[in-house]
Design a protein around this ligand. Structure first.
Ligand code: IMP
Length: 197
């Protein structure tokens, strides 16, 4: 088993750092800012893997300590997999202000009006870089449906419009620990923990 490690997360989002700390609890997760690093990465890849790998590789070159990076998004069957890798920027282009999460959810619901196939899944690709020549990749999914309207206040992003049929609730109506068990990120992190062990 790999001993305790300090792992730097390729993100500037403290919420994500808390989530990773819960998921990889034997290790300490820190953000680039805690090392005085201003890390920005332009996620312009065509796949979750390309974005996650690119971010991990770029940050590893700067810090030379283990790095974890992920890229995730929502794929809707009836919309041919959209918003997919564009989930964070759905409905926005470079010339307009980025939509807020509730605005993105409204946009998605309006595109799904009168569509009966509501099947959708979240994807998370996670890359753990130990050093230049040793890295691990896990990609996982979380299946559900696009709800008819938003419900719930937990979670973030598309959670209020992501309905989990087995639970009769949206992802924003379940608790963090329940979501970790089901989620794309939870599953990918557990696969990476197995590699670490
Ligand atoms: P990124 O992985 O930080 O690039 O985020 C991708 C985008 O996908 C986020 O901004 C959210 O809109 C969406 N997303 C990814 N995972 C989830 C989730 O678990 N719940 C809700 N939205 C998510």
């Amino acid at each position: 088993m790999l001993d305790y490690m300090e792992i730097i997360l390729a993100s500037n989002n403290p919420g994500k750092a808390r989530e990773f700390s819960r998921l990889l609890k034997n290790h300490t997760i820190i953000l680039p800012a805690e090392r005085g690093i201003d890390f920005e990465y332009n996620e312009n890849g065509v796949s979750f893997l390309e974005n996650a790998f690119g971010k991990a590789n770029e940050l590893y070159k700067l810090v030379k300590i283990p790095v974890i990076a992920d890229d995730s998004g929502l794929c809707v069957e009836a919309l041919n997999g959209e918003p997919g890798v564009f989930s964070a920027r759905y409905g926005s282009d470079a010339s307009v202000k980025k939509l807020t999460s509730p605005e993105r959810n409204d946009l998605l619901l309006s595109r799904m009006q009168n569509i009966s196939n509501r099947r959708a899944f979240f994807v998370c690709c996670m890359v753990l870089f130990l050093d230049t020549y040793r890295f691990y990749v896990a990609q996982e999914i979380f299946c559900g449906e696009i709800a008819q309207g938003p419900a719930g206040t937990n979670g973030f992003g598309y959670d209020p419009v992501f309905y989990i049929p087995g639970y009769g609730k949206t992802a924003a109506q379940i608790g963090d620990h329940e979501k970790d068990k089901l989620s794309h990120r939870g599953k990918a992190a557990r696969q990476l923990s197995k590699f670490l062990e």
